[in-house]
Design a protein around this ligand. Structure first.
Ligand code: ATP
Ligand code: ATP
Ligand code: MG
Ligand code: MG
Ligand code: MG
Ligand code: MG
Ligand code: MG
Length: 258
C-alpha cells in the first residue's frame, strides 16, 4: 500500500524495548480494592474466592503468554515474570504491560461468576501495571522474596486486626491503636492467647500467597506410548509455598534456566 503523507507521525513513537538479558517482571495491582472488596462483601481478612479468582486470571495470562516462567500473587496483586530471553512483542514494555493487564482484567470479569456465585459484579474492576527489569538471579529472587515477605507482614497484621474487630468488638481505630508498635511475636501472641489461633496453622494460601509455574505432567488423553515414552504436556501448577529459601528453587531449577 502506498504510504500517506501522514505516515511520518509514527516517528514520534518512543522506543520502549526492554533491555536484553533481563527478566521482565510485570506487577499488576487492583485499583482501589479497599473499596472494591467492601462493595463486593469480601470476607476479611482473606476472601478465598477472590484469591482463587486472581489465581485463575494469572493462569489465563500464562496460558496466553507462555514465556511467563513464574507468577506470584497475593491480595489484589500479581507479579508475572517473563523469561530473560523472551522476544514477546519485541520486548516492548508498553505492549507487554497493556496486554497482560487487559487480559488479566477481562479474565477477572469473565470468570467472576465461577467464584462469586451469589455476589453480583457491581462495577468494572481496574488494575494498574508496571514493568521492572531484573538483570541477575539474585535481584529477581530478592524481588519475589520482597513480595512474599510483604504478604506475610500484611497477613499477620490483618489477621490480628480483624480478630480484634470481629471477635473482640473493637472499633477500627481501637484495633489500630492496639497493634501500633507491636512486632511479629506480639501479634502471634495476641492471636494465640486471646483468640486461640496458631498463626502457623492458617491456610498456606493466606500466609504464603500463590505461586504459579509450568510443570510437565503426563497427558492422560494420550494413551499411546512411543518407545515407552509417555507424552508429557506443560501445565500451569499452583503452589502455596515458601519461595524465599533455596528449597523451592533447588527443586525447580528449570524456572530460571529457561
Ligand atoms: P491502590 O489503588 O493504591 O492499589 P487499594 O485499595 O487497592 O489501593 P492495596 O494496597 O492494593 O490498596 O490493598 C488492597 C486491598 O484490597 C487490601 O487492603 C484489602 O482490603 C483488599 N483485598 C484484596 N484482596 C482481598 C481478599 N482476597 N480478601 C479480602 N480483602 C482483599
Ligand atoms: P494485532 O494483535 O497486531 O493488533 P490484529 O489482528 O488485531 O492484530 P489489527 O491491525 O489491529 O490486527 O486489525 C484489526 C482487525 O480486526 C481488522 O483487520 C479486522 O479484521 C478486525 N476488525 C476489527 N474491528 C472490526 C469490525 N468492527 N468489523 C469487522 N472486523 C473488524
Ligand atoms: Mg497500590
Ligand atoms: Mg490495590
Ligand atoms: Mg495491593
Ligand atoms: Mg496492531
Ligand atoms: Mg489489533
Amino acid at each position: 500500500m502506498a504510504k500517506s503523507k501522514y505516515e511520518y507521525v509514527r516517528k514520534f513513537e518512543q522506543n520502549d524495548q526492554c533491555l536484553l538479558n533481563c527478566w521482565i517482571v510485570i506487577r499488576i495491582d487492583g485499583r482501589n480494592f479497599h473499596r472494591f472488596s467492601d462493595a463486593h462483601n469480601f470476607e476479611k481478612p482473606n476472601d478465598q474466592r477472590a484469591l482463587q479468582l486472581m489465581n485463575k486470571c494469572a493462569e489465563s495470562v500464562m496460558k496466553e503468554f507462555t514465556d511467563v516462567v513464574i507468577a506470584y500473587g497475593q491480595s489484589d496483586e500479581f507479579s508475572l515474570v517473563f523469561k530473560r530471553s523472551t522476544s514477546q512483542f519485541g520486548r516492548r514494555a508498553s505492549k507487554l504491560v497493556t496486554n497482560v493487564v487487559s487480559l488479566f482484567s477481562s479474565s477477572y470479569v469473565f470468570y467472576w461468576g465461577h467464584f462469586f456465585t451469589y455476589q453480583e459484579l457491581l462495577y468494572p474492576p481496574m488494575f494498574d501495571g508496571r514493568v521492572v527489569l531484573y538483570p541477575t538471579e539474585k535481584n529477581l529472587r530478592d524481588y519475589l522474596s520482597w513480595r512474599q515477605a510483604d504478604c506475610h507482614i500484611n497477613n499477620l497484621y490483618n489477621t490480628c486486626f480483624w480478630c480484634l474487630v470481629q471477635q473482640a468488638g473493637l472499633t477500627s481505630n481501637q484495633a489500630e491503636d492496639r497493634l501500633n508498635g507491636t512486632v511479629s511475636s506480639d501479634k502471634n501472641e495476641i492471636l494465640f492467647s486471646e483468640f486461640n489461633i496458631n498463626y502457623n496453622n492458617l491456610p498456606q494460601m493466606y500466609r504464603k500467597g500463590s505461586v504459579l509455574i509450568w510443570e510437565k505432567m503426563s497427558d492422560p488423553s494420550d494413551s499411546s506410548q512411543v518407545n515407552n515414552f509417555q507424552k508429557t504436556r506443560r501445565q500451569v501448577a499452583l503452589h502455596h509455598t515458601d519461595i524465599i529459601g533455596d528449597t523451592f528453587w533447588n527443586e525447580h531449577g528449570d524456572i530460571l534456566d529457561s
